[in-house]
Design a protein around this ligand. Structure first.
Ligand code: SF4
Ligand code: SF4
Ligand code: SF4
Length: 279
């Protein structure tokens, strides 16, 4: 609930995970806005919905009204905020992970939990990064591993041309294609572009970024840990990240500021120690 500038009114923030609402939920929000607000909603910068112009007397009523539809009320203050996500691989042709499903899992585990300051998680379903992973305290991007097989390869060189990070080397002389794992960002362009099916999907996974924020003094999060393979590994890693933040973060210090003080390596050792993940 945000107290509005206009005395006596609140803007009621709703808990909308990954920007996803069923049509029943949309209808419930519509009726709530008409009955308890002024018939308008605001779509927030983080995929949320707010109902403005709600009088203090209606705050608990509107919450009770929305509860049966599964729409909860958002949190404020030093807590883990609603997780944002793109449509992911079930809808977007570029998607390599199910971003909304991961958002539900992460939100279920951490939403509203305490932290030294607000803590935001954003999930992009692929390297195109529409959800701007590096702007979040923890950002996640889908990742896909290209796997080359010699048999069907015509050594056409397309994969080398399309690779945005120059991670592919095609040798016409030797008839080989090599991918530099350190340079590969897991975008899958070489797989999509290969005309013969020689470049295939290997494994899929998740890349994590820590310490990003926007606002008054923005900075981009940095990549941490190796490739995580399952949603459970992602949840376990975030648990360790929050453990570190709670132990090292000062009150009202954003996570990125904590990391710039402690060094990102301290977080990596803490998380890797507990998850068994290589750094
Ligand atoms: S990040 Fe990737 S999967 Fe998500 S919407 Fe953008 S292109 Fe699609
Ligand atoms: S695009 Fe496919 S066929 Fe062409 S060189 Fe790369 S792997 Fe071989
Ligand atoms: S997945 Fe993307 S970054 Fe990796 S080798 Fe293929 S085109 Fe390059």
């Amino acid at each position: 609930m945000m107290r509005q500038r206009e005395a006596g009114f609140f803007s009621v923030r709703l808990h909308v995970v990954g920007g996803r609402l069923s049509t029943d939920q949309v209808r419930a929000i519509q009726v709530a806005a008409e009955c308890y607000g002024r018939g308008e909603v605001h779509l927030t910068a983080r995929q949320g919905v707010e109902i403005p112009y709600v009088r203090a007397a209606y705050l608990s009523t509107i919450k009770d009204f929305l509860a049966p539809s599964g729409v909860g009320v958002g949190v404020c203050g030093p807590t883990v905020r609603t997780v944002t996500a793109c449509q992911g691989c079930r809808v977007c042709p570029s998607g390599v992970i199910d971003a909304p499903e991961l958002a539900e899992a992460v939100d279920r585990e951490f939403y509203g939990k305490s932290a030294p300051h607000k803590f935001k998680v954003g999930i992009s379903g692929c390297a195109n990064n529409c959800l701007k992973a590096e702007e979040n305290d923890i950002g996640i991007k889908g990742w896909v591993e290209p796997r080359w097989t010699r048999g069907p390869c015509s050594v056409c060189g397309i994969c080398e041309t399309v690779c945005p990070s120059k991670a592919v080397t095609v040798s016409a002389e030797r008839g080989t294609v090599t991918v530099d794992p350190a340079g590969c960002i897991g975008c899958g362009d070489c797989i999509e572009s290969c005309p013969s099916g020689a470049m295939e999907v290997g494994e899929r996974g998740y890349r994590l970024y820590a310490g990003g924020k926007f606002g008054r003094i923005p900075f981009l999060g940095r990549r941490i840990l190796g490739i995580l393979r399952t949603p459970e590994e992602v949840v376990a890693a975030i648990r360790k990240v929050l453990e570190f933040y709670r132990a090292e973060g000062r009150q009202r210090e954003r996570f990125g500021d904590t990391l710039h003080r402690t060094g990102f390596e301290a977080l990596e050792s803490h998380a890797a120690e507990r998850t068994g993940e290589a750094t």
